[in-house]
Design a protein around this ligand. Structure first.
Ligand SMILES: [Zn+2]
Length: 174
């Protein structure tokens, strides 16, 4: 899938939850591709396209780790979310993506019928953008408060909530 569509999907979905994190999600949304260049530069070996950096499982685990165990102001979660949207979007294309190491089967979503660069991928990406725009219109109040995202650790650091409140709420992400 083209980068413009990866960027659109990750940017729009992240903006609904927390607009501040959009740039990080954009970085993450292209990461599965540019990490291939990084790996190649580091190892000096050719890296298979849609190989090791496109495992669905690794991005799921990275996101789960960020949400449940450790994160820094949501940065890791946003990056991992961006990467996950990338591999899921790629999985809708004919060549698919690998689900995990040691599995030769390609992972496909929705039948994997899209071809990179054709109109289908634009339709999906901009359809998602449209849905997110509507959701944001419905949820955003005038003072810019986004009810879907409570930055509990951030509030805690600012002394706005006490430790117990943070503990009670830290697993409420929505
Ligand atoms: Zn890719």
């Amino acid at each position: 899938m083209k980068w413009i569509n990866h960027l659109a999907i990750a940017g729009a979905t992240t903006a609904v939850v927390n607009p501040v994190l959009v740039p990080v999600a954009l970085l993450g949304s292209t990461a599965p591709d540019w990490l291939e260049w990084v790996l190649k530069a580091l190892t000096g070996q050719a890296v298979k396209h849609r190989g090791v950096t496109h495992y669905v499982l690794s991005w799921v685990l990275a996101l789960a780790f960020a949400l449940l165990l450790w994160d820094f102001h949501g940065l890791l979660a946003a990056f991992a979310w961006g990467g996950l949207t990338h591999v899921l979007a790629d999985s809708m294309t004919v060549s698919g993506v690998p689900f995990a190491p040691h599995s030769d089967r390609r992972f496909h979503l929705f039948g994997g019928r899209l071809r990179t660069g054709e109109s289908g991928e634009y339709a999906i990406a901009w359809g998602i953008v449209a849905v997110c725009a509507v959701v944001m219109q419905l949820t955003q109040t005038q003072n810019g408060w986004y009810p879907f995202f409570y930055d509990w650790p951030g509030l805690y650091e600012q002394g706005l909530v006490d430790a117990k409140e943070w503990k009670d709420n830290r697993f409420k992400f929505f």
